[in-house]
Design a protein around this ligand. Sequence first.
Ligand code: SAH
Ligand code: MG
Length: 216
Amino acid sequence: MSGITYGYMEQYIKNLIPENEGILKEMEEYAIQNSVPIIQKETAKFLELMVSIKKPDSILELGTAIGYSAILMSMVTKKSSKIVTIERDLNMIDRAKENINKYGFDRSIEIIHGDCMDILENMEGKYDIIFMDAGKGHYNHFLPNCLRLLDKDGIIIADNVLFRGMVASKELVKRRKITIVKRMRSYLELVSKDEELITSVIPMGDGIAVTKRRNS
Ligand code: SAH
Ligand code: MG
């Protein structure tokens, strides 16, 4: 149980999604064996859908890990979008590079090594989709730079925003996680209450928040 929705509901929705084959399947197996927190099955499907609707020229990802979600998004756009992805862990970067090169995504996916906090500060350009999936305790700090880097019609998709349900329920909060939980609540309040933004929080996977500018 994820603490987000009913176990039976989660299982039913997961079971509707066909198994991946080939490269995605290989990466999923590696992630399970090595406890790498790649996006959940239904979150992956949602991301595919958003990328397919949005047809982005450029995507910014926070948190590469082994390159699973970056490769997934690149597959949807048939490598036609430019994906920049930030990761601070060099072991993860080695693994991601291996996957990216092995499957020929090296022209469409660029990895930047560093902490999102520092890297975002110095980034330029505009992105059609920003996928936030690193540093759960800092989404609220990343937000101003993400909004600066977001195209006028761009969307921010943030993963893990309900954090095993802890964000929504005092009873579920583990003492060690209280800071992350408080900051995640602050992120969700920021994006929900800002009148310039439209945000929808979806209790799927570990919780997803989709944000867009309310262009008037
Ligand atoms: N998006 C990936 C999973 C990312 S897991 C996928 O679904 O395939 C989160 C990753 O973010 C981890 O690899 C972790 O090392 C990295 N990370 C955590 N905090 C970070 C930070 N502040 N800056 C950069 N990377 C960070
Ligand atoms: Mg995640």
